[in-house]
Design a protein. Sequence first.
Length: 79
Amino acid sequence: MFHDGNYMVGMHGFWWLFWLLLMIGVWFFSRRGTSGWRGDRPRETAHEVLSRRLAGGEITPQQYEERRALLDRDAPKKH
């Protein structure tokens, strides 16, 4: 009837696995934070990307100035 005294081994193991997976899930999603999967690093602004591309040699200073002027033109006005 009790299978040699091991009648609760299966269910006991299930609950250990359940709580372990639940704790791992809570830890995993709490690590995401509010800034997404990238961790605590904030997202780059368009101006920062443009500056990084100029510093990396991807664009010329003339292209940088043209694109910065476009970004500044389209930016909302601060009062």
